[in-house]
Design a protein around this ligand. Structure first.
Ligand SMILES: NC(=O)c1ccc[n+]([C@@H]2O[C@H](COP(=O)([O-])OP(=O)(O)OC[C@H]3O[C@@H](n4cnc5c(N)ncnc54)[C@H](O)[C@@H]3O)[C@@H](O)[C@H]2O)c1
Length: 376
């Protein structure tokens, strides 16, 4: 048996250009006219975003590139599957989208994750560009290069890292977003401030009302600042080996809540991801208070800011804290049979070092959940 040890050259460092603001879509068209005039384009979107934004973008792009193939899939998380990936690939084949062509994802995080994964494996990886049209996708899902589809058993189980070469976030597209979807995005905005930037947190306390009213200049400033925080953390830990876990503040509890069966969740319908993250930060903030001495008044400010964005900080009675603890045992951050949390020391500060997660006794989590559910 012979052994060949080969030190392969690292994959080229991904470059990504991000444009944020009113008119970002017009910039996209202008830039494509210059850089992509000779390429075919697959524009992947969902059925909600198609008539609102994607059809107009396709119309503007048609005269400036060689061909635009519009591929619209049904809206909703149920479309983020291997079957949808295969259906999109069939359309790429029929439209002769080649190795040098381009995929454009126009929509929320669902479209971005799915289309990005298609781009990652089509011809072993083609270039793709993202146009996020939800607040959550702008501040979170469009950054960091994670792509995936869900299996029935687990979310995001099949996927890979494949960075888009550009992200165009046009705040005008947020005007058509339903109120609840819009406000959900602020859970990730507040999280970014809570883990990394105290001054940003204080600015959000001032800007809350204007942001709820979707004021464009405030939104633009807020999105850019949130993006910077995520990009900074991702740059330090591109493969999610350590520090990137800071982005998981609130998410251990949120994921456990999301695993609960539908009937156990509050009316009128189950919490969306942002709502679950808001509740998660409220509970994990209480944990941070018990273990790190996260100041009590800062916990109250965190909860007040979340509520200003219409986000929940207490659990509905139907959620059983014991079920949440059981679900948290399956969290991907866990090691050695213990539940791990990424908890801030105070607003804007995470523990130093590469390993920002902390194993905690389940009894502490149960206590924090019982308080949050008001059944102490
Ligand atoms: N890759 C990552 O790092 C990452 C990070 C966070 C979340 N995600 C993924 O993102 C997804 C959630 O993203 P999401 O909340 O954007 O969900 P989504 O893409 O399902 O969009 C939510 C809803 O809003 C509609 N919509 C989108 N833009 C609209 C607009 N401008 N006007 C009106 N309606 C619009 C969509 O059709 C959908 O019904 C999940 O699949 C999650 O796993 C990925």
């Amino acid at each position: 048996v012979e052994t060949l040890d080969v030190a392969l050259r690292p994959w080229p460092r991904p470059q990504c250009r991000i444009r944020v603001g009113s008119g970002a879509l017009e910039s996209l068209v202008a830039e494509f006219a210059v850089s992509h005039a000779d390429r075919r384009l697959a524009l992947v979107t969902d059925a909600n975003v198609l008539p609102l934004h994607a059809a107009r973008l396709a119309e503007l792009l048609a005269p400036v590139v060689r061909h635009v193939e519009v591929i619209a899939i049904p809206a909703g998380e149920a479309s983020k599957t291997r079957e949808s990936k295969a259906a999109i690939e069939d359309r790429l084949l029929a439209a002769a989208i080649g190795r040098r062509d381009l995929l454009l994802a126009v929509g929320g995080g669902m479209v971005g994750d799915l289309a990005g994964f298609v781009a990652a494996t089509w011809h072993r990886g083609i270039e793709w560009v993202q146009v996020p049209t939800t607040l959550l996708a702008m501040v979170d899902a469009s950054l960091g290069g994670k792509t995936a589809v869900n299996l029935a058993e687990a979310k995001n189980l099949v996927g890979c890292f494949h960075h888009p070469t550009a992200v165009f976030a046009d705040v005008e597209t947020l005007r058509t977003l339903p109120e609840r979807e819009y406000l959900a995005g602020f859970a990730e905005v507040v999280k970014a401030a809570a883990i990394a930037d105290r001054e940003f947190f204080e600015q959000l306390e001032v800007d809350g009302e204007g942001l709820v009213r979707r004021e464009a200049t405030l939104l633009e400033r807020t999105i850019v600042r949130s993006m910077r925080i995520k990009l900074d953390i991702v740059e330090q830990d591109a493969q999610e080996l350590g520090r990137r876990a800071a982005l998981n503040f609130g998410h251990t509890v949120a994921h456990a809540v999301e695993l609960q069966p539908r009937r156990a969740q509050s009316s009128p319908s189950r919490w969306n991801h942002g709502e679950a993250v808001a509740f998660g930060m409220s509970v994990e903030g209480a944990l941070a208070h018990s273990v790190h001495g996260f100041p009590a008044d800062e916990l109250r400010r965190l909860q007040a800011l979340l509520r200003r964005f219409g986000l929940p900080t207490v659990a509905p009675r139907e959620l059983d804290p014991l079920d949440i603890v059981a679900a948290a045992r399956t969290d991907k951050k866990n090691r050695g049979g213990r539940i791990h949390f990424a908890l801030p020391l105070r607003i804007g500060a995470m523990p130093a070092g590469d390993d920002v997660t902390l194993p905690l006794d389940e009894a502490l989590l149960l206590q924090a959940l019982q308080r949050a559910a008001g059944v102490d």
